[in-house]
Design a protein around this ligand. Structure first.
Ligand SMILES: CC(C)(COP(=O)(O)OP(=O)(O)OC[C@H]1O[C@@H](n2cnc3c(N)ncnc32)[C@H](O)[C@@H]1OP(=O)(O)O)[C@@H](O)C(=O)NCCC(=O)NCCS
Length: 133
């Protein structure tokens, strides 16, 4: 069955948590309310579906005309390395349009991934990190 992609589809929070946990991404999935707030505040969510099963998700905060922060990119373990992550990023870029840059912070295990999508590694990025987890 082909993978179908959806924009801003409402997804039950426990389904998102299941995909996050399956992917290996480090997110506060033990705190359902926080994950719910993260998705309520998102401007753009691209999701990947195998039938009615959620297999991947990209959550971004953006103004659609200048910048976009891609905060969470996760693909269910059994579906990794099939091009789904790449397609989620491609579709995110299509939605934000050519005037928006796309920024993200790579997890240590994904540092080698983003150059494969054509992204440039910056040495001018700065962060005030979270004070608590
Ligand atoms: C990182 C992740 C989103 C990639 O999604 P994916 O669907 O598995 O990746 P793709 O199939 O689109 O991979 C595209 C290319 O990157 C490579 N790649 C995939 N994961 C990689 C990784 N972690 N590091 C380096 N290269 C990777 C693939 O082999 C592929 O290369 P190819 O085009 O030469 O064959 C997914 O593996 C995942 O959910 N990982 C756990 C969570 C995570 O780390 N998220 C990112 C947080 S910043």
């Amino acid at each position: 069955m082909p993978i179908i992609y959806a924009i801003n589809k409402i997804i039950p929070i426990d389904t998102i948590i299941e995909v996050f946990d399956s992917s290996g991404i480090n997110r506060p999935t033990g705190d359902m309310k926080r994950i719910e707030s993260m998705f309520k505040a998102a401007d753009l969510t691209v999701s990947a579906w195998d039938g009615d099963q959620l297999v991947g998700i990209a959550r971004s905060l953006t103004d659609f005309c200048y910048c976009c922060y891609l905060s969470d990119l996760a693909v269910r373990k059994e579906y990794q390395h099939e091009g789904i992550g790449k397609e989620l990023v491609r579709r995110t870029r299509l939605e934000i349009g050519p005037q928006s840059m796309l920024l993200l912070l790579a997890a240590p295990s994904a540092v080698a991934y983003y150059p494969k999508l054509g992204m440039e590694k910056m040495d001018r990025a700065f962060i005030f990190n979270r004070e608590t987890d």
